[in-house]
Ligand binder design. Structure first.
Ligand code: ADP
Ligand code: MG
Length: 310
């Protein structure tokens, strides 16, 4: 797949402090790219560089193969981490004003806004003042304004912070739809809940460095350990354990189940297959749970950041 946005060895210092150290990322066109990392990792700094708010000290950024230039700003929809709306303006009035700054005519802006406001169930707010809205409500308006001019690249800096779970989910679904309609999305987060369902690709930043990058599926494949979580029904647990330990390595498993079963995590060696394990188990007991343990994005995040600290 073609890369829409590429940063090549981008570095940025603030005084003596290095906020980004030679960070290179590739964002494939038409995908959702998660820029992940703990607080202070450098995510917002990189996003501000991509939006030409900050200049890098070193390195380059290209959009569609061209070095970043002022005319690219119109092609990007950017939701900053620090959200600001004019508090005393009315919602509709302000949204139309911001959309016009992005190049939409007043009539077109109004038409698109009405559609989005209905979709996000905020039609009633049109004549309210921003100061009457909660933080989450104001954030919905900003989200709409960010995507309204249908830019090919959307950049959301911590889009879910400030939202309750229901609204976070609503925004997540809209981000997926935008990707399915052809937009390329970069979003940053220090919380992993949203990552699993959203990201095609990720880069993990930690203390100014990129420490992991790739497709989320490939990364998960790389981190998985060939371990299967199994639940077994047996009347003779001691005997079953003895039989299994003659052939496989296991630890206790912790999953929740309605039954009082024998629960094990069984690790296969590289030449063993899941079918061999399943056949073996089913010839000695009733198997009522069989699941490959695939690490979550959160587990990978914690493990990789910890290793980077050593
Ligand atoms: P993240 O978004 O990953 O939480 P940031 O990119 O906001 O991290 O910040 C990375 C580091 O750079 C932080 O330690 C922050 O204090 C520092 N930093 C960011 N912007 C500035 C600035 N304008 N001046 C000085 N330090 C900054
Ligand atoms: Mg940030």
């Amino acid at each position: 797949m073609r890369d829409l946005l590429v940063t090549d060895s981008v570095s940025k210092k603030f005084g003596d402090f290095t906020a980004l150290n030679k960070v290179s990322i590739r964002v494939p066109e038409g995908s959702i790219f998660g820029l992940l990392g703990p607080n202070g990792a450098g995510k917002t700094t990189l996003i501000r560089i991509i939006n030409q708010i900050t200049m890098p000290d070193e390195g380059s950024v290209t959009l569609d193969g061209e070095p970043l230039a002022p005319h690219h700003i119109r092609q990007i929809g950017y939701l900053p981490e620090e959200r600001g709306l004019y508090k005393s303006m009315k919602v509709g009035e302000q949204a139309i004003y911001l959309a016009q700054l992005k190049g939409l005519s007043k009539a077109e802006a109004k038409k698109r806004l009405k559609t989005w406001f209905e979709k996000l169930e905020i039609g009633d707010w049109w004549n309210k003042k921003i100061q009457e809205l909660s933080k989450g409500m104001a954030q919905k308006i900003q989200f709409v304004v960010t995507v309204l001019h249908q830019p090919k690249l959307l950049i959301f800096d911590e889009p879910f912070s400030g939202f309750d779970p229901i609204n976070a989910n609503l925004i997540k679904d809209e981000i997926l739809k935008l990707r399915n309609e052809g937009a390329t999305v970069i979003f940053s987060t220090h919380r992993m809940e949203s990552v699993e369902e959203l990201c095609d690709d990720i880069a993990l930043l930690d203390r100014s460095n990129k420490i992991l990058e790739g497709s989320l599926l490939d990364i998960k494949k790389h981190y998985k350990t060939n371990t299967y979580e199994v639940g077994l029904v047996t009347s003779n647990e001691a005997e079953l354990r003895r039989i299994i330990s003659s052939r496989f390595k296991y630890d206790p498993a912790e999953f929740k189940s309605l039954n009082e079963d024998l629960k094990l995590n069984i690790k296969l060696s590289s030449n063993e297959t899941s079918n061999e394990l399943l056949n073996f188990l089913s010839s000695h007991a009733e198997v009522n749970h069989f699941n490959e343990l695939v690490p979550t994005a959160n587990e990978i995040f914690i493990q990789t950041v910890k290793r980077n600290a050593i």
